[in-house]
Design a protein around this ligand. Structure first.
Ligand SMILES: Cc1cc2nc3c(=O)[nH]c(=O)nc-3n(C[C@H](O)[C@H](O)[C@H](O)COP(=O)(O)O)c2cc1C
Length: 312
């Protein structure tokens, strides 16, 4: 089966996707860099690197460390800034026949709004993904993603300027995901995506130093998949808007698990580092899974998980 087969077609926030597999932010550069390695028009969509108001140089090296079943990164959200993105990357992205999402972040609500404003003036984007796993420097560094009222404030503010679909990307570093999922929905999100990385530490006991230049980093890859699945299930039950699931997806069967847990679409991040065309391969494998299971359309498995006992 091809990643363009009709059985894989789906809709997310009114956008028609050829398949439900999207390349995740921060692991697929600005998309265009992968043109020679991947047929970008076979992707369900792609999310570009996080964009800020001004360019950011990022964190000191080492920025990544491979763990038993994943990796820890602290890139420090290095990026060229929203204006340079519009000038240098968007013209080529606009020619693609795939849904391109801009990932937006900032240190204060105004930063998010300003990035959205810059992007709104230009064609070529299907929608936005808000990375809210950032400390709000105006509120003593509390993460937008950990406080329902701060989260609601930033989502409502961006909603007012964004005419394109707005996906809010939640952090897994919270004790309960439901209040945050509901706050994003109530403030105007068209969809949620989860999860971002888990705050983590890797250290060398001999040097007594962190293996990451910035100290802590974010854990991603297969190690996080079971926790991400549980969070996607909980978030999808808490809201009516669609959920995009991610965290450790490396095969078509992994993608199917997230759909069954309640996700309408999935994103693929870390797997791209060992297989640049992972997202297209995973869409192909998901199609084969549907064929084997005699499922006519991918939408038929979304949210079909039945738990024998309702979790508390
Ligand atoms: C090197 C790297 C950079 C990332 N940069 C971003 C980013 O800029 N914005 C964002 O929302 N998520 C970013 N993420 C998080 C991923 O998009 C994804 O949520 C996370 O890695 C879990 O998915 P995975 O296990 O498939 O990688 C980054 C992840 C990695 C590994």
């Amino acid at each position: 089966m091809k990643p363009t087969d009709a059985a894989l077609a789906t809709t997310l926030c009114g956008l028609r996707l050829r398949n439900p597999v999207i390349a995740a932010s921060g692991t697929f550069a600005y998309g265009v860099e992968f043109e020679k390695l991947v047929d970008l028009n076979s992707l369900g969509g792609l999310v570009v690197k996080g964009l800020s108001r001004e360019p950011i140089e990022g964190n000191p090296a080492p920025r990544v460390y491979e763990t038993e079943a994943g990796m820890i990164n602290s890139i420090g959200l290095q990026n060229i800034g929203a204006r340079a993105f519009v000038r240098e990357k968007l013209p080529a992205l606009a020619k693609l026949d795939t849904a391109v999402f801009a990932n937006i972040f900032g240190c204060a609500t105004e930063d998010y709004v300003e990035v959205a404003r810059i992007l709104e003036d230009h064609e070529g984007l299907a929608g936005y993904e808000l990375n809210v796993s950032c400390p709000n420097t105006r509120h003593g560094g509390i993460y937008f993603s950990s406080d329902p009222s701060l989260l609601g404030e930033v989502v409502s503010a961006v909603r007012q300027v964004a005419r394109r679909p707005l996906i809010v990307k939640l952090s897994p570093n919270v004790s309960a995901i439901e209040p945050l999922a509901r706050a994003a929905e109530a403030s105007g999100a068209d969809a949620l995506s989860l999860v971002n990385t888990f705050i983590a530490l890797a250290l060398d006991p001999r040097t007594r130093q962190s293996r990451i230049g910035a100290g802590f980093g974010g854990l991603s890859g297969p190690a996080i998949k079971p926790i991400a699945l549980r969070l996607v299930y909980e978030a999808a039950r808490a809201v009516k808007i669609p959920v995009v699931g991610l965290g450790g997806i490396a095969t078509g069967a992994d993608a199917a698990e997230f759909l069954v847990a309640g996700a309408t679409a999935v994103e693929v991040g870390t797997a791209t580092f060992w297989d640049p065309s992972a997202a297209v391969r995973i869409a192909t494998e998901l199609g084969e899974f549907l064929q084997q299971e005699k499922i006519a359309n991918v939408g038929h498995i979304v949210g079909t998980l039945v738990l024998k006992k309702d979790p508390v």
